[in-house]
Design a protein around this ligand. Structure first.
Ligand code: ES4
Ligand code: ZN
Length: 380
């Protein structure tokens, strides 16, 4: 049996892959980033709601918006911290009322994900944002599930849902949400913890997460985005999570870094989000290179792409453009880490890894021809 404390190592990079990585010229790095198959493990589906769709749904549902136009709404996306974003994010979600609305939102996301070569998506949703407004849980999950099914059938994306509890609400409220979700147990693979972090430590949700683990659900939690490294430690110790969402503040605690690296605990890092919410002032200040250099299983994701300036490929492109320490080996490692960190079955992971290796091989210039015996032969 595997335990969380058992040391684990990353799969080594095979020599043929290492040779392709070494030959890839820097100018082909953007093509590699775009064309790599990858897993999206940190996307809030409500954060994929584009202003145009917010306005369409408001019109369709007769909801009044406090902004006169798409442009005015977009202009309000100037955040100073996590809370300033969440206020606008929850307001945007208020246009979602019918099952079709949830389907339309998720389908629009999956079309974008397919264009970014996402082969696996583990999608967060926030039921309490909707049930609090009187939208039945069933309406939310039916619409999202239908979009996941269609994403698999029509786009070849393996898509699953993860239910997030809002940490600014009570544990009792989370238990109540879990109760409403259980008839739909087959429609989601796990639970997460999101919303305002500072002042709402993981300990608050110890009992509901214990219940979720008993039910066989996968468990993840946001920690160490704005909150201190101690929140990462308690997400591990108290909630016994299998991934940390964000986790970038772990570098403030060397012993924690050791622990995360030794256990290959994934950190689902969202670079554009971190810059927009001022976790880092500029992309050039992001600690992703340091996380990778420390041997951590970091991955790159998009968080709330409609609000933070781009989807998955944009996160990769902007991050690598601003951080010259990141090259082809880091790109490959991030894609591999995304499969390793996903909750998909091992067979699917092996298929995606082989596809990744094939994309890299196509982009790497072919080897210089070796000595050819027929050419060396002296013809009379
Ligand atoms: C979130 Cl960036 C972020 N952090 C915490 N909770 C969230 N919910 C949606 N986006
Ligand atoms: Zn998030």
């Amino acid at each position: 049996m595997t335990t969380a404390s058992e040391p684990r190592s990353p799969a080594p990079i095979p020599p043929e892959v290492a040779a392709d990585l070494a030959r890839l010229p820097r100018e082909r790095l953007p093509a590699l980033l775009r064309r790599m198959p990858k897993a999206e493990l940190h996307i809030h589906i409500e954060g994929s709601l584009e202003p145009e769709l917010i306005f369409d749904l408001a019109r369709r549902n007769g909801v009044a918006l406090p902004y006169p136009s798409v442009e005015a709404l977009r202009a309000a996306y100037a955040f100073t911290d996590l809370q300033s974003f969440l206020d606008i994010y929850y307001a945007g979600a208020s246009v979602l009322l019918q099952e079709q609305d949830f389907f339309d939102m998720a389908w629009a996301y999956f079309e974008k994900a397919a264009a970014d070569n996402v082969v696996r998506a583990e999608v967060f949703f926030d039921p309490q944002t909707h049930t609090e407004r009187g939208v039945p849980f069933e309406t939310v999950i039916r619409g999202l599930h239908h979009a996941c099914q269609r994403a698999h059938a029509e786009l070849g994306i393996s898509a699953q849902l993860i239910l997030c509890f809002l940490r600014h609400l009570s544990e009792e409220d989370a238990f109540d949400t879990l109760e409403q979700a259980l008839p739909w147990r087959k429609y989601f693979i796990g639970v997460g913890l999101d919303s305002s972090e500072v002042g709402y430590p993981p300990e608050k949700f110890a009992r509901v997460f214990a219940r979720c683990r008993e039910l066989g659900l996968q468990v993840v939690a946001h920690a160490g985005e704005e909150g201190p490294p101690a929140y990462i430690s308690s997400a591990l110790d108290v909630l016994q999570v299998q991934r940390i969402d964000h986790g970038v503040r772990c570098l403030e605690d060397a012993a924690l870094v050791q622990r995360l690296a030794a256990s290959r605990m994934p950190l689902t890092v969202c670079p554009l989000s971190n810059v927009k919410l001022k976790v880092f002032e500029r992309m050039a200040d992001h600690n992703l290179p340091a996380l990778l250099a420390a041997g951590l299983c970091a991955t790159v994701h998009s968080d709330d792409p409609a609000y933070f300036g781009g989807y998955l490929n944009q996160n990769f492109i902007d991050t690598f453009a601003a951080l010259p320490q990141l090259g082809a080996t880091e790109a490959y490692t991030l894609a591999r880490n995304s499969f390793e960190a996903s909750f998909a079955d091992e067979r699917s992971k092996a298929v995606w890894t082989a596809e990744l290796d094939a994309v890299l091989h196509t982009l790497a210039p072919s080897r210089a021809p070796g000595p050819n015996p027929t050419q060396d032969r002296v013809t009379p």
